[in-house]
Write a protein that binds this ligand. Structure first.
Ligand SMILES: [Zn+2]
Length: 238
């Protein structure tokens, strides 16, 4: 078993353990709440009336159910992020180390020169699907691997391959992925803000033959038409 797989397994076990314990604790809490659902407990007598207490019981139960779904969804998301490179990608493609030689030396030298840590360079058999070529990184920290499509190696000369790798490392060095994530988060907030304003404008509904009153047409129109505006900002993402 190699080291990154070991780390991956530890993370996996911790994730499942936390998920399981949280699920169990929520169940415990729900059973306790249910057991005392019929009457206000002594400690709260006088400070809360029956109706409010009944509502708080319902709220606690509903919130617990919702958190359960949330936890499970979070687990699946994390699982995909952690496992995709290790377990899922090898199912669809074969990864082999780039053989020792000029190209390997040249690429590793580039990585060293600019302080990019990489454990290995691997070749992926992208050619089994298409002539599309690509290069990317997988894994975290010192387990990071550089992956080149075999199509890329077939199509490009060594200096060109070096340039492609330099370009990809450039994305990493300039922190483009976190920046893109932050950017799209901000854009999403802005979008919802605009939607909230537009949903209150009667002219929008009338202009497209809807009558104001329900938010549904606004959501529909926003979904259909927002692309007309965002298209012009797409160069910003490149
Ligand atoms: Zn790029």
């Amino acid at each position: 078993m190699n080291f990154s797989l070991l780390i991956c397994s530890v993370v996996l076990v911790l994730m499942l353990a936390r998920w399981g314990v949280e699920l169990w604790l929520r169940g415990l809490n729900r059973r306790h709440v249910l057991a005392h659902a019929n009457a206000v407990p002594d400690a709260f007598k006088g400070s809360i009336d029956d109706a409010t207490y009944a509502r708080s019981v319902q709220y606690t139960l509903a919130k617990s159910k919702f958190s359960q779904i949330e936890d499970t969804y979070g687990l699946v998301q994390l699982l995909m992020a952690v496992l995709a490179p290790v377990l899922i990608m090898p199912l669809f493609n074969k990864f082999t180390p780039l053989p020792a030689g000029n190209l390997r030396e040249r690429l590793l030298a580039l990585a060293r020169r600019i302080g990019f840590r990489a454990a290995d360079i691997q070749v992926m058999d992208g050619s089994k699907r298409s002539r599309h070529s690509n290069a990317f990184f997988t894994g975290f920290g010192r387990f990071r691997k550089i992956v080149l499509f075999d199509t890329l190696i077939q199509q490009l000369a060594e200096p060109e391959l070096e340039a492609v790798l330099a370009h990809e490392i450039g994305h990493y060095k300039k922190r483009h992925v976190p920046k893109m994530l932050a950017g799209s988060g901000a854009a999403l907030l802005l979008g919802f803000f605009l939607l909230a304003i537009l949903a209150r404008q009667e002219w929008l509904y009338r202009a497209f033959g809807f009558s104001p009153g329900s938010i549904v047409p606004a959501l529909l129109l926003f979904g259909l038409l927002s692309g007309l505006v965002t298209f012009w900002f797409s160069p910003l993402a490149h």
